[in-house]
Design a protein around this ligand. Structure first.
Ligand code: ZN
Length: 136
């Protein structure tokens, strides 16, 4: 699969995810998809060589976002953006887990270093078309 084909497949699976979330009555907005290598470098530096908490363990070229194969979501409850414990209480993450499974997406909420807002194409790193590239 070329990178372009992988991106198309990912977009298709995100559509399936969106429809399933709608079917379950769960609202969300799309967050970040593409992240440049330079931006990834800034995020990786945070908490290591620059101030702030550590937010990622991915260096430039190690995040699915660098290849448009990752997508963040912004949960909505009652028409408002929502982050925090309430999502857990109302079972929101269970629906994200099930919808991502149905859409054959990897969900960051299943990771050891949890990233509840993150979806990506499974096994994207195995694709030979995906290699770290220099920022233009
Ligand atoms: Zn993400």
């Amino acid at each position: 699969m070329t990178l372009k084909e992988a991106q198309t497949e990912f977009t298709h699976r995100l559509d399936v995810f969106k429809r399933e979330m709608e079917r379950r009555g769960r609202g969300f907005q799309w967050g970040e998809r593409f992240r440049s290598m330079a931006r990834q470098g800034e995020l990786y530096a945070q908490g290591r060589t620059t101030p702030g908490p550590i937010v990622t363990k991915a260096k430039p070229g190690q995040s699915a976002h660098n290849f448009r194969l990752g997508q963040d979501i912004i949960p909505m409850l009652d028409g408002h953006r929502c982050l925090g414990a309430k999502l857990q209480r109302v079972g929101y993450w269970n629906d994200v887990r099930e919808a991502s499974r149905l859409a054959e997406l990897t969900w960051g909420g299943n990771w050891r270093m949890r990233d509840y807002l993150h979806l990506e194409l499974p096994d994207w790193k195995l694709d030979s078309a995906v290699r770290p590239t220099r920022p233009r």
